[in-house]
Design a protein around this ligand. Sequence first.
Ligand SMILES: NC(=O)c1ccc[n+]([C@@H]2O[C@H](COP(=O)([O-])OP(=O)(O)OC[C@H]3O[C@@H](n4cnc5c(N)ncnc54)[C@H](O)[C@@H]3O)[C@@H](O)[C@H]2O)c1
Length: 345
Amino acid sequence: MRRIKANTAAGKSVVITGGQLEDLPSLLPPSGLFIITDTNVRALYGESFPAAEVLTIQPGEMSKTLTVAGDLCSRLLAAGADRSSFILGFGGGVVCDITGLVASLYMRGVRHAFVSTSLLSQVDASIGGKTGVNLGNYKNMIGTFKQPEFVLCDHSLLSTLPDIELLSGLGELIKHAVISDRVLFFDISASLSRLFDRDPECLEELIYRAVKIKADIVRRDPLEDGPRRVLNFGHTFGHVLETAYQIPHGIAVMEGMLIASELSVWKGELPYTEARLLKSTLESAGVTNLHELPENIIRLIQKDKKSEAESVNMVLLQSIGKAVIRNMHIAELQDFTEYYKQRKI
Ligand SMILES: NC(=O)c1ccc[n+]([C@@H]2O[C@H](COP(=O)([O-])OP(=O)(O)OC[C@H]3O[C@@H](n4cnc5c(N)ncnc54)[C@H](O)[C@@H]3O)[C@@H](O)[C@H]2O)c1
């Protein structure tokens, strides 16, 4: 078991990798516990939950709404939760995002923590204190920053995770490497089959290294107005594809990374060979059938960026392991998307 601090001015947080569910009782208060989970996770792990009132949501992105968050608050009230209560989100990124939001809103804020059950939430969604729900088709439009007191990552929980969700988590794992750790990128590329076999040593090591990257970035920039923005590599195009085609978040991010790497080549920032290297690793992981960019892509990007401005910040690559942020005029981005739709690769 390894403990990684993800403290920020907004609060203290520790991520425990290589932990086990058996460690939970020592981390939780003796009473006043409420668990938020989804029906899949409850069916698989409900019997291992600590004694608590359990509130269940439907699995998947459709549950990330203000309506569901409001409903959870009503159910907390009906079940007697007060300001001294403690909320444990037990699930993947959807459960973590909505639990964090509920914990920051209910009675103006109650203590909370996560047991992170998907690869994507273990390496990314549960770390850093970003909470949120979607507004219609726009991702994470409503949210807050609130740090979970702890995040418990037990990689044995990934044994029940469907392969497509493992692939989705691999997307964020590869992204962490691509933006800041070239050696990790090659280590992941060489470990794909062990990852899909849920090899415990491989999972523990790669999850630990990915969590360290995210925690280091979050510590330096808790409110995402500086270096943390590199974590959005692949997300500008990815969010649009995720919503348009209803595909898992991390898979959309992988497709978004491929587009962003082509944009980086187009802008003269990234050697073509580096873009090819990323593409071949993602192909080996199973990302082969890429979705087309929707017609109104620029409008959707402006909405996703929560901005009507004439320019947007894009995360580009200079090499695998080094990301940079560049402000691009909308007209230039439009030129690129036209080029991208017509190119033949
Ligand atoms: N807050 C952040 O910083 C942040 C960062 C990245 C992504 N996210 C968000 O995370 C969400 C995606 O997270 P996700 O990929 O974990 O999705 P998810 O929570 O929907 O989980 C994916 C599926 O796997 C199931 N599942 C979870 N754990 C399981 C297990 N151990 N065994 C079997 N099934 C299991 C779930 O029930 C669900 O059906 C997106 O909404 C994304 O926006 C947030």
